[in-house]
Write a protein that binds this ligand. Structure first.
Ligand code: TYM
Length: 330
């Protein structure tokens, strides 16, 4: 059976881009594939985050993933730091990855553009290697992500292939699974930039958990362009195309097909807003129910970590042995 793995950082507020680009695919794919989904709390430490916020956000994101339809009886849901094999394999892979290839990571360049590289945490620099460990520990075949993760996935593949070539076949080489529609939801106020937890303004991003009327208002006020023609063309008409993608994902139709239904921007915005609100309604309802049962969420995560660790340990042992480390005591 195909093994699927993906993760999300518990930083900031989860937005529509995260939901459409990643989370909804995880919920869909769990029934077809053996799925491991985790909350990347170790990655969250690469930027400044208050400890109490990190704790609260980790549980909130876990509840949100359950509300989005991840079923702990079907997939494995866990928190990265509760599976110590992640940073252990991360170290082995840091000794295979090259400084130059990490230097090319655009996310590192973006995140240090303001404060400068000198002040950046070393963890922010080596983060993509920990991400490679996250993936390789589970013999992962498919990694469903948004398109902003493409470069990290390429690096993971390069590291796996290099390790296998140097030390003998140890890791499965994974494939990124990036959808044709919705892999890069754009900022509503700046449609040439992706919707981002850290960089989008409050008006530019729709939060998955915010009240429906707030969501609808933001979508109705989305920036479009000075023309009036409704056409799906992400380069020439990024704002309109983004609205068509939101509507397409929420209704299950194609953006090209939907474009033919509209001659004006106003009705397109109103329909996109209504469709997104409907799309997220069941998530809101389930999230509210889970809020009163945090013990259940903690329990799901503990069981998930046990299951993940059992599998991760096998791969870690294989990798340790391959590089020449003495076996640990049984
Ligand atoms: P993170 O937390 O930034 O984002 C979680 C997922 O949401 C996708 N995404 C988007 N998709 C469409 N449009 C957008 N505007 C948008 N913004 C974000 C991301 O592509 C991602 O799939 N490094 C990862 C977490 C991670 C991970 C892993 C993922 C750690 N280890 C191993 C896969 C496998 C991250 O920071 O995602």
């Amino acid at each position: 059976m195909t093994r699927v793995l993906s993760g999300i950082q518990p930083t900031g507020e989860i937005h529509l881009g995260n939901y459409i680009g990643a989370i909804r695919h995880w919920a869909d794919e769990q029934h077809e594939h053996d799925s491991f989904i985790f909350i990347a709390d170790l990655h969250a430490l690469t930027m400044d985050i208050d400890p109490s916020v990190l704790r609260a956000k980790t549980l909130e994101v876990a509840s949100l993933l359950l509300a989005a339809g991840l079923d702990p009886n079907v997939c494995t849901l866990f928190v990265q730091s509760q599976v110590p094999q992640h940073p252990q394999l991360g170290w082995l892979l840091e000794c295979v990855a090259a400084f130059g290839e990490l230097r090319r990571m655009t996310q590192f360049k973006d995140k240090t553009a303001k404060g400068g590289e000198g002040a950046a945490r070393v963890g922010l620099f080596t983060y993509p290697v920990l991400q490679a460990a996250d993936i390789l520990l589970y013999d992962t075949d498919r990694v469903p992500v948004g398109s902003d993760q493409r470069q990290h996935l390429e690096l993971c593949r390069d590291i796996a292939i290099r390790f296998n070539t140097r030390y003998g076949s140890t890791f499965v080489v994974p494939q990124a699974a990036i959808a044709k529609v919705g892999a890069k939801i754009m900022d509503l106020q700046d449609p040439v930039a992706k919707m981002s937890k850290s960089r989008s303004s409050p008006q530019g991003k729709v939060l998955v958990l915010e009240p429906p009327e707030v969501m609808a208002k933001k979508i109705k006020r989305a920036i479009t362009d000075a023309e009036t023609e409704v056409r799906y063309d992400a380069k020439a008409k990024p704002g309109v195309s983004n609205l068509l993608e939101l509507l397409a994902v929420s209704t299950g139709r194609s953006p090209e097909d939907l474009a033919g239904d509209y001659t004006q921007y106003g009705p397109l915005k109103a329909d996109a807003a209504a469709a997104v609100v409907e799309f997220l309604r069941p998530v809101h309802e389930r999230f509210r129910e889970l809020q009163s049962d945090q013990g259940y969420v903690v329990d799901v995560l503990a069981k998930g970590a046990d299951k993940a660790a059992a599998l991760a340990e096998q791969t870690l042992r294989r990798a340790k042995q391959a590089v020449g480390l003495l076996p640990s005591r049984p």
